[in-house]
Design a protein. Structure first.
Lengths: 117, 131
């Protein structure tokens, strides 16, 4: 029988990565008018693949964090484009909620099994 | 300093934008004021933003506030009480249009950070409650 850690490994890892990506996008939005700031982002798909191969989460995150290539570079060297960042932020929040609801379903099914309903 | 979280990021960014709004307000308040010499004429102020990076988070602080090097304009106005001997006054070096545009951008950035905070708050609460 798998341990609880194993049961929640997939969604738990995904949730942590989504949380980290939320932080990164929040940092980009916070620095929307800082001269010279370079926007960063996490490639969720690649990082998730790496954690599924048994790599630690921190390493997967560092390996797949990169700088954003701006659609239109600005003179002050800032690469934050608010339209891009806001869209990705909203998308990431929805994906976080989706993963969370998968996890809640898992918890409630285990609970049901324990109660013997 | 301990570790930062998403609320520190958005909160400090909001403080920085607030400083920017205050300088804009000061600049607009002093626009169209007259002075009797070029040296004492008011020059617009601007905050200089600098990002503060910690682990995967980056927030923003106001590094310093600088005076712009815009030149005050000389105007002939002998009836003005502050006019010099030749009848000239110097107008404050404030570009009102630029200030108003800056104000709009500040307000938008502030709103974005509020939105980030609200989203982060609701996600965290949903995670903690977990049914």
């Amino acid at each position: 029988m798998p341990s609880l850690d194993q049961i929640f490994a997939l969604n738990g890892g995904a949730l942590q990565l989504r949380g980290q990506r939320l932080n990164m996008l929040a940092s980009n939005i916070a620095n929307a008018s800082t001269p010279g700031y370079k926007a960063r982002d996490l490639d969720f798909d690649l990082a998730m693949k790496q954690t599924q191969n048994g790599r630690p989460l921190d390493q997967a995150m560092n390996d797949h964090t990169g700088y954003r290539i701006p659609l239109q570079p600005s003179l002050d060297g800032n690469t934050v484009e608010l339209s891009v960042e806001q869209t990705l932020f909203a998308e990431n929040a929805i994906q976080y909620r989706t993963t969370l609801s998968f996890m809640q379903d898992q918890v409630s099914s285990i609970r049901r099994a324990l109660k013997g309903e | 300093m301990g570790s930062m979280n998403v609320f520190d990021v958005a909160g400090r960014a909001m403080s920085a934008q607030m400083v920017r709004l205050n300088t804009t307000a000061s600049n607009l308040a002093n626009a169209r004021t007259d002075y009797s010499s070029k040296d004492e004429a008011f020059r617009a102020m601007r905050p200089v933003f600098r990002s503060v990076v910690e682990n995967n988070l980056a927030t923003v602080d106001v590094d310093r506030i600088v005076k712009t090097d815009a030149e005050p304009q000389k105007r002939y106005d002998p009836s003005n009480p502050v006019a010099d001997k030749e009848g000239y006054v110097w107008e404050a070096a404030v570009d009102e249009t630029a200030e108003l545009i800056d104000m709009l951008e500040t307000a938008r950035n502030y709103q974005n950070n509020v939105q980030v905070m609200q989203t982060a708050k609701s996600l965290i609460l949903e995670t903690v409650r977990n049914q």
